[in-house]
Design a protein around this ligand. Structure first.
Ligand code: ARG
Length: 695
């Protein structure tokens, strides 16, 4: 307890923050960053960025669909986010007949906006530090529950969450308001929204027009309401103005959004484990993605069906490879170990400190050593045999059936409802592809698993292609029609996929308890102590907590970088690069005809750069972002929108673990490129007219 109070006291004294690094907590901005924000060039006060008493910038920023960020850009609930953030929703609305994903879409009025069932948009209402109440309680869970209950009563209709920061040394009670009537407004064709595909992903120089637009709808009272034709566009407390001034090197720039996860308070041993586990993921996904890609290139209909699955899989796959390379190149483990050695020396120099913190690094090393093999085995199972779609389909039916039973339906009704809910899954299922994947994934598993983790007796010498042939030949899960024809859930009991599912499950369950249930609390305590010790050790330096999908601010400047000796990267790209990269024979680099004509004609209109007359496409800042920040607004010193953050750069892929001031950049799409496309290609004057501009 005493330690916590020291931390709180430490947070209250004045700090020196340095711009660039840091995903800063909004309620602490005034205290930790006030002076530095100003010195960096920000023209807004911390209060204008975040306040719970009056309208502030934070009211324009939303958590989009749970995994991305978006921002309000009109007084009628219009929002903009990345194309890759809207991807799943646009994919779900698309078919071979209405291929919004590949062809793009522009609603020309409210009536043409398309509801997206399941998509939500969440506003942050407030954050309150409740550390003291939680740390002082003997039963922390009960204390959390009490706080949540009181907040729920005070904020009807809101979602309340107590969230831990700095490895659970600090706790905030956060109030959110979620809207569930969100409609698709417009997006470029995927060839523009994802221009450069996986080849350019995580890379600079970049030319991707990574945006999509949606609108939040509310009841007549402006509060959340389930989808209804009677709902009206939501009126946000704050919406962003768009700056058409463009960016110059050295300009102040800040990003507000919902970074997902970072590992900046983890020990070298924990990081080594992460890299080992990710290697398994990379290898398994290579097997699966190669087959998917081949099938997608051969058939546009398969391409559409698998577009979302492929993009999701490949994004992590490439990220982890870059991370592995950057760990080596930047000696991440070595630097972390050095830091830990100094921390240890500092702790041990004072008996009181030693008593307070112990040796958290050693405790965590022991925890890691005890669990790494289990985690690797578990990952191999989930990435290989468990990823066979047929296995997932069987699991899906069984899960939905179980839920319906628990909801009180009788077994026949439960089965019918489970089947009906699986229809969409089957719409995107290509059985011939899955059959190939099944062979490859089972063979991959056999090659990499320990013999005691083999899936069935005789697995070592099984003829896997023959096994898969038989599996797919006899299973009722291979098509929606066959599944629909099954008379009852019980009739599927002997299905060969159910048997395979059980086999996989049995092996998975060997590892689940050790990883998830019987976790030794000493690890959690050590992790908390590790962060607390780091904070006390570096007292005087402002510290920000690891990302955890809560709203943060990162601020810095527009800057170029040097990826390696003698090479310098400009801080912006122009449309000339689109034409340079264009390659009609490569599906990742196709320019839609209409776009190409506009570019060749130099038709940039009011969106051209005032200085050089060119169409600027993307630019770089040294803002500190990670996954989840995708779609976040990039704002100028006055809080006007200048772009959207959408990626990180290859040379600093270890950025979730350590910030690299000279190398790490945030890749942003220039808002003028976005609006050029909306106006000139989409001809959506309705959208252009809704936005307020700063010239
Ligand atoms: N790397 C980006 C991120 O994780 C996603 C980019 C999506 N584009 C793509 N080509 N897969 O935020």
């Amino acid at each position: 307890m005493k330690r916590i109070l020291t931390i709180l006291a430490a947070l209250a004294i004045s700090f020196t923050a340095v711009a660039d690094e840091g995903m800063w907590l909004l309620p602490l901005l005034k205290q930790l960053n006030g002076k530095d924000l100003k010195a960096a060039g920000c023209k807004l006060s911390p209060d204008e960025i975040y306040s719970i008493n009056k309208t502030s910038l934070k009211d324009a920023i939303v958590h989009f669909g749970g995994g991305c960020t978006a921002e309000m850009i009109s007084e009628k609930g219009l929002l903009v986010t990345n194309h890759h953030c809207g991807y799943s929703s646009i994919h779900a609305l698309s078919s071979d007949e209405h291929n919004y994903l590949m062809d793009g879409y522009w609603a020309k009025n409210l009536k043409e906006e398309i509801p997206c069932p399941g998509l939500t948009v969440t506003f942050l209402v407030s954050m309150e530090d409740v550390t003291k109440a939680i740390e002082e309680a003997t039963d922390k869970q009960a204390a959390e529950d009490t706080l949540e209950k009181a907040a729920q009563e005070a904020n009807p209709g809101c979602r309340i969450q107590v969230t831990g920061f700095y490895n659970d040394n600090v706790h905030y009670l956060i109030v959110y308001r979620t809207y569930e009537d969100v409609r698709f407004v417009g997006a470029p064709p995927a060839s523009m929204g994802k221009f450069g595909g996986e080849t350019d992903n995580w890379m600079w120089p970049r030319h991707t027009c990574d945006f999509s637009m949606f609108r939040v709808y509310a009841g007549k009272d402006n509060l959340p309401a389930a989808y209804s034709e009677d709902n009206v566009p939501y009126k946000p407390a704050k919406s962003l103005k768009v700056s058409l001034k463009g960016v110059q090197e050295g300009d102040y720039a800040m990003v507000m959004g919902y970074p997902g996860r970072t590992q900046r308070y983890q020990t070298a041993e924990q990081l080594k484990q992460m890299i080992q586990i990710n290697r398994i993921r990379i290898d398994a996904r290579t097997v699966r993605q190669d087959l998917m890609w081949e099938a997608m290139c051969a058939d546009p209909s398969v391409q559409l069906k698998y577009a979302d699955t492929y993009a999701g899989s490949a994004n992590g796959w490439k990220k982890w490879q870059g991370e592995e390379l950057a760990f080596e190149a930047l000696n991440i483990i070595g630097r972390e170990e050095e830091k830990e050695a100094s921390l240890k020396a500092w702790i041990e120099a004072d008996p009181a400190r030693k008593a307070k913190y112990g040796d958290p690094v050693a405790v965590l090393a022991k925890k890691v050593a005890g669990e790494t093999e289990a985690k690797k085995a578990f990952t191999l199972l989930t990435e290989a045999p468990y990823s066979i779609e047929l296995v997932q389909l069987a699991g899906g039916v069984s899960g939905l059936y179980g839920r319906a039973l628990r909801g009180g339906q009788d077994s026949l009704a439960a089965f019918e409802s489970a089947k009906a809910q699986m229809k969409e899954e089957y719409d995107n299922y290509v059985v011939e592809l899955d059959r190939k994947e099944a062979v490859a994934l089972l063979e991959f598993y056999r090659k990499n698993a320990k013999p005691e983790d083999y899936l069935w007796e005789g697995f070592a010498e099984a003829d896997i292609p023959a096994y898969v042939e038989d599996l797919f030949g006899r299973s009722a899960f291979t098509s929606f029609e066959k599944l629909s024809a099954a008379p009852s859930f019980a009739a599927l009991d002997d299905d060969p996929v159910v048997l395979l599912y059980k086999n996989i499950y049995e092996v998975i369950m060997k590892y689940v308890p050790a990883i998830y249930y019987n976790v030794d609390p000493s690890g959690k305590r050590a992790s908390k102590n590790f962060a607390a010790a780091l904070m006390e050790w570096q007292k005087g330096k402002a510290m920000y907590p690891d990302a955890n999908s809560t709203m943060r601010l990162t601020y810095g400047h527009v800057l170029p970088y040097s990826p390696k000796d003698a090479l310098k990267y400009e801080y912006f790209t122009t449309s000339a690069g689109l034409l340079e990269k264009e390659d009609p024979s490569n599906p990742e680099f196709i320019l839609p005809a209409g776009i190409k004509d506009l570019l060749l004609a130099g038709d940039f209109g009011r969106w051209a750069d005032k200085k050089d007359g060119k169409l600027h496409t993307c630019f770089l800042t040294n803002n500190d972002i990670t996954g989840g920040n995708s779609g976040s607004p990039v704002l100028d010193a006055k809080g006007n929108l200048i772009g959207l953050a959408f990626d990180g750069n290859w040379e600093s892929m270890s950025s979730d673990v350590m910030f690299e001031p000279d190398l790490q950049r945030c890749i942003c799409v220039d808002i003028r490129y976005v609006l050029w496309l909306v106006e000139k290609y989409g001809k959506a004057d309705n959208i252009i007219g809704e936005i307020t501009y700063v010239k």
